[in-house]
Design a protein around this ligand. Structure first.
Ligand SMILES: [Zn+2]
Ligand SMILES: [Zn+2]
Length: 241
């Protein structure tokens, strides 16, 4: 089966040569999702990590990063695949603003390779992508978090619920805001939607973890809607203290 998939993929690559999510050139060898030399430019998050947000910390004995130590987090913990470095940032910009959604194939595989076993053991009831504003979705044509959620759903055989959260307000750049203002701002950007009956354990998916405010806002709303445990997964996360 795996072999068959590879052959079909290679045939498709003949007609639409696949481009690399890091250097944006045609990937060689054919059939791969990233150039071997570019794979090394993305830095996988390695232990030790903060037990809450999953970002790398300097010492084995550090339980929580400085960000998480002083803050309440409604989600259980975050799983992060790569460090958000310059390559990751330009790759994500290409996905979002140059319509390079095909790069998400590589990131889905990377997320599955890194956390597949853990997600299978976690066995959430439903996978919820963090929504983007409908106007943004129309403009972009897709929500990167939803594409990732559907990709993982196929492997896990766990349903995706895109209607759990509604984003009805566009959020302005939040760099100037304090963490509390940021959270308040985001809490107002989302509204509860509908969860499938009995969905108590939720896997929430987003592309980038910056301060955790987005995931926190979503987790708080999901708890109000009746979720008991919320786990989160992001492709990228910044470097911790
Ligand atoms: Zn490359
Ligand atoms: Zn942390």
């Amino acid at each position: 089966m795996k072999k068959l998939r590879k052959i079909t993929k290679t045939a498709a690559d003949l007609f639409y040569p696949r481009r690399c999510p890091v250097c944006f050139d045609i990937v060689k060898p054919m059939g791969e999702l990233i150039c071997p030399e570019c794979a090394g430019k993305l830095v996988p998050v390695k232990n030790p990590v903060c037990k809450k947000c999953g970002k790398m910390v300097n010492h084995e004995r550090t339980e929580y990063c400085l960000d998480c130590a002083g803050r309440e987090r409604t989600f259980e913990y975050n799983l992060a695949v790569f460090e958000y470095n310059d390559q990751a940032s330009s790759s994500m910009s290409a996905i979002k603003y140059k319509n390079k959604r095909e790069y998400l194939d590589f990131y889905r595989e990377a997320a599955w390779y890194r956390f597949g076993k853990r997600l299978a053991v976690m066995n959430p009831d439903v996978i919820v992508p963090v929504p983007i504003h409908p106007a943004r979705r129309r403009e972009r044509g897709f929500n990167q978090a939803a594409i990732l959620a559907f990709g993982l759903s196929e492997y896990l055989k766990i349903p995706v619920c895109e209607k759990a959260l509604i984003r009805w307000k566009k959020t302005a750049p939040q760099k100037e805001l304090s963490p509390i203002e940021r959270l308040r701002n985001l809490r107002q950007a989302f509204e509860p939607g509908i969860l499938p009956p009995g969905a108590k354990k939720i896997l929430l998916i987003d592309d980038i973890y910056t301060t955790g405010s987005t995931l926190e806002a979503c987790a708080q709303i999901l708890k109000i809607m009746g979720a008991r445990q919320i786990y989160t997964l992001t492709l990228f996360i910044g470097r911790g203290a």
